[in-house]
Design a protein around this ligand. Structure first.
Ligand code: BG6
Length: 492
């Protein structure tokens, strides 16, 4: 028998720009996500290109009135479907629902003195709806969709003033939802600024000509750390019941083989992500990051109180996403390439791949739990895990996604084994995907993660109607066990 605590948060996860749509309704402003489109001419496996947005692309987005070209403008219309969706997810048995706040619903341009009341009320209604079913809201404040106006009228997160704009947004939302929300995540996958600086921090490379763009990214990273610490400080001072987590992308990186140089290489690459959790958990920059910056002639500007402020406002828990693992080697020349979440590495011959080339590695999620807990000794929270696949709706309105059930079955079993045997402290587990949604990296609809199929294609055509997939009924059975799950439930 596997056991979890009574308050273990079994749930699902989403983000505003990938589900809500209604991009111009009720006073919402234009967000950076509204400038992202599916570009069929680019290979979706070429992440660097898929994620690249330059000034020209933004200008096209600003002048294009055909919303169908810009997938995150219509999402899966959760803005209007939320009551129906939550009712179906509640029936499936979830105890937690992770979603994010569209910053531009609250402050359309980011700089207004007063918040947009309709935006605040929308999220208040949403959390009340969740509470109606005893579902715990897990709220990400910023998940890849800051106001475009901040990007165009300033240097975005490179500009220290953006911290104050974020602080106003964050504290306004926290106050307004305080009665209903206990768990906050200031930034989704804060380390992703290195991989896709536009989606994570509104940094458009051609707006920084003459500057070292690496330095721009690291300076912006520092500002996001201060912004996260401000959320910790605010919640701890004003709402002691609240917990604030940091969040990283946990793509486990293995050495390609046991050659010591390859083992060292994997440690060095893992550190690049651990730097982000480390700063937020330990409250200081690790020596290896400072050395790297020094060696690369990147100089960060700190304000006087920054080190103390970071040290005094560390995260309460470590949230992470886990989808995949990759290998690495000191010299990767000639080695077969494999993909993972907006990154790539060396192919692992022991693992299968998804349709999008991400390697499927259930044991990797347990390795992640062990690594993170041993390193930080803090509560962990898996806030994303799932399989992107090209599901097919049958004539009878069914989706036989046995591959997704297999993926979840194997990953969740590893999670429960870890809880049982490794002594880790885990607050909850959320799948990525509730209903299908627009892919963050490729802006495709056909890359589906949900338990509820949404009738929509990559170009915005469809009825938006929802259908329960086979995985819906599988997860429902699991959640029915609640805190004690028989081991044979995971037998194939
Ligand atoms: C995570 C992001 O990294 O991966 C999500 O937080 C995203 O926003 C998820 O959707 C899956 O990635 P993708 O690109 O397949 O949607």
């Amino acid at each position: 028998m596997y056991k979890v605590n009574d308050d273990f948060l079994w749930g699902v996860a989403t983000s505003a720009s990938q589900i809500e749509g209604a991009w111009k309704e009720d006073g919402k402003g234009m967000s950076i996500a509204d400038c992202l489109r599916f570009r069929p001419a680019i290979d979706v496996k070429d992440y660097k290109k898929v994620n690249e947005v330059d000034t020209e692309e933004i200008e096209q987005a600003l002048s294009d009135t055909n919303d169908k070209n810009w997938a995150k403008r219509y999402g899966v219309d959760f803005y209007h479907y939320y009551k129906e969706d939550i009712a179906q997810l509640a029936e499936m048995g979830i105890k937690a629902f992770r979603f994010s706040i569209g910053w531009t619903r609250i402050f359309p341009e980011g700089t207004e003195d007063q918040p947009n009341q309709m935006g605040l009320d929308y999220y208040l209604e949403l959390v009340k709806e969740l509470r109606k079913y005893q579902i715990e809201p897990i709220v990400t404040l910023s998940h890849y969709d800051m106001p475009l106006a901040i990007v165009l009228n300033s240097d975005s997160w490179y500009d220290r003033q953006t911290i104050a704009l974020y602080e106003k947004f964050a504290t306004t939302v926290i106050d307004y939802l305080s009665e209903y929300v206990n768990y906050w995540i200031p930034f989704n996958e804060i380390d992703s600024i290195i991989r896709h600086p536009f989606a994570s921090a509104g940094l458009v490379k051609d707006r920084f000509t003459g500057k070292n763009f690496e330095e721009v990214i690291y300076q912006s990273m520092h500002h996001q750390f201060i912004a996260s610490a401000l959320v910790v400080d605010y919640c701890h001072k004003n709402y002691p019941k609240m917990q604030v987590g940091c969040m990283i992308t946990k793509t486990t990186i293995y050495p390609y083989d046991s050659h010591p140089e390859n083992i060292l290489q994997s440690m060095l690459q893992m550190r690049e992500v651990y730097a982000f959790s480390g700063i937020q958990v330990r409250g200081e920059y690790p020596a290896y990051l400072l050395k790297k910056l020094e060696n690369e002639h990147i100089s960060l500007s700190f304000s006087e109180g920054d080190p103390t402020f970071l040290a005094e406002n560390t995260a309460d828990f470590i949230a992470f996403s886990y989808y995949s693992s990759v290998c690495t080697a000191a010299d990767t020349t000639g080695l077969k390439v494999s993909l993972a979440n907006t990154t790539k590495g060396v192919y692992n011959k022991y693992l299968q791949q998804t349709d999008w080339g991400w390697q499927i590695d259930p044991v990797g999620i347990r390795i992640s739990l062990v690594e993170l807990y041993d390193r930080y000794n803090k509560p962990l929270f898996i806030v994303e895990n799932g399989l992107g696949a090209a599901d097919q709706l049958t004539k009878e309105g069914r989706v036989h996604d046995t591959y997704r059930i297999d993926y979840l079955r194997q990953h969740i079993q590893e999670v429960l084994r870890s809880v049982k045997e490794d002594g880790i402290e885990l607050l909850g587990y959320c799948t990525w995907g509730a209903m299908d949604m627009i892919s963050a990296s490729t802006n495709q609809m056909s890359k589906r993660y949900g338990f509820l199929y949404v009738d929509l294609d990559d170009f915005g055509n469809g009825t938006f109607k929802r259908y329960k997939k086979d995985s819906y009924f599988w997860y429902q059975k699991l959640l029915d066990f609640d805190t004690e799950i028989p081991e044979n439930f995971f037998d194939k």
